[in-house]
Design a protein around this ligand. Sequence first.
Ligand code: 3PG
Length: 212
Amino acid sequence: MNEILKKIGRIGIVPVVVLDTPADAVPLAKALCEGGLPCAEVTFRTAAAEEAIRSITETFPDMLTGAGTVLTTEQVDRAAAAGAKFIVSPGLNPKIARYCVEKGIPVVPGCATPSEVEQAIEYGLDVVKFFPAEQAGGLAYIKAISAPYTGMRFLPTGGISAANAGSYLAFDRVLACGGSWMVKNDLIKAGDFDKITALTREAAAIVREKRG
Ligand code: 3PG
């Protein structure tokens, strides 16, 4: 497995961030680092993503900052140039997956069916996002779909919170969980980075409890 993805596995939870204002990026990253999750998937759902990734990677070069909701190869280029260490997409877009593999950029495409997992295997990938996790069948579904694909690890995202993250993390085929519960947009907008630090600490404690 790629070293960056191994590190994500050790952190255990990937905060999924939607930033409206690039100026919020550094205080948010600081809150995540102080809370014990030095990792973020900054989504390309807003125009602020590229600049946010750039300022986080400049200020916290050791943090695992990646780009999420990547839907085009042009976004892959912009994310990588800004310093993104990994790329996440909601679905398995063959163009994006191939492009990242060719460029040696770790990519985690969303897969919710066996056919998509097999497509990911064709690209030589050993980690896929399982999205939308809770809505698509949750942990029971991951347990079933992971059985035939013994080399594949999953990054469930969608509907995960402090209430259910632990049960996902207890299953060894789950590399890490993704989620936005500790970085909710209203907290970012309100500048409540102390609350974000507290929720991140709580999330990091769940990882420690389940994984030691
Ligand atoms: C994602 O982009 O991966 C999801 O929207 C995050 O899902 P959540 O907001 O339910 O954690």
